[in-house]
Design a protein around this ligand. Structure first.
Ligand SMILES: [Zn+2]
Length: 250
């Protein structure tokens, strides 16, 4: 017991706010991703009052430093400082905002099940949110690049260059979602997709972070690539990531 009789443990952590939910009259439950501790759900008291300084800090997509007290069922955030106000730039751009929502929803699912890759997942999410907030690339392509890399980090790296069955060097015409990428003419199972060669090239560029190729791509390839990335993600998460339906690609 401490001198005050207050035995609860507290810790400091950096984190990106994934989402917030109302709690009672003036409070919120904040879900944040910490690079060391993974997904944390904690109550923030009084943050919905207009006088609350912490309320403006604990908004989706903000990167914060938080002081958190451990509780039996729910932790409590007692202090939060803004590190990077990415949320401010994102609320002003609908396409970037919906892309960011799909990113944090995916990050929450991947880090809930993949405890060992939390730090690299945090770096990926941070880089992608920062890129969205900066602008400069079409938000749908930033999202698709993030999703492919996040899946690769979780252990499901797709291939868009070599046949996923026999390893033959491409370019290949067909993509098989359950197998995880392109398949050559000989290996191609029934039910494989036949995207355009430009789409396959774009998918490889999104995975590699080749932004020169990505930025030069056309809307048809982006739409087709986006659908393939979504199918690949859903195959692995086995659940629909709801926010993806709201993303418009331009
Ligand atoms: Zn093959």
């Amino acid at each position: 017991m401490s001198r005050t009789g207050f035995a609860a443990k507290s810790y400091r952590t950096r984190g990106i706010i994934l989402r917030t939910q109302k709690l009672g009259e003036a409070d919120r439950i904040i879900t944040l991703l910490s690079p060391e501790r993974g997904v944390i759900r904690a109550a923030a008291k009084g943050v919905r009052r207009t006088s609350s300084k912490m309320g403006a800090t604990l908004e989706p997509f903000m990167e914060v430093d938080a002081q958190i007290v451990e509780g039996k069922s729910l932790h409590t955030i007692i202090q939060a400082q803004l590190r990077n106000p990415y949320g401010h730039a994102l609320v002003a751009d609908y396409a970037a905002y919906t892309a960011a929502h799909a990113m944090v929803e995916t990050a929450e699912r991947l880090t809930d099940s993949e405890a060992e890759s939390i730090a690299p997942q945090y770096r990926l999410l941070h880089g992608a949110i920062a890129a969205l907030a900066r602008g400069g690339h079409e938000p749908g392509t930033v999202l698709d690049s993030y999703l492919l890399r996040a899946l690769a980090t979780a252990g499901w790296a797709p291939s868009f260059t070599h046949c996923v069955r026999c390893g033959a060097v491409g370019p290949h015409q067909a993509i098989n979602i359950p197998l995880g990428g392109v398949v050559c003419h000989d290996c191609r199972p029934a039910g494989s997709l036949s995207p355009s060669p430009q789409t396959v090239e774009l998918l490889a560029a999104l995975l590699a972070g080749d932004w020169e190729t990505v930025d030069a791509s056309d809307i048809a390839s982006r739409t087709q690539a986006g659908n393939i990335v979504t199918s690949y993600l859903q195959w692995h998460l086995e659940r629909v990531v709801k926010s993806l339906k709201l993303v418009e690609r331009r």
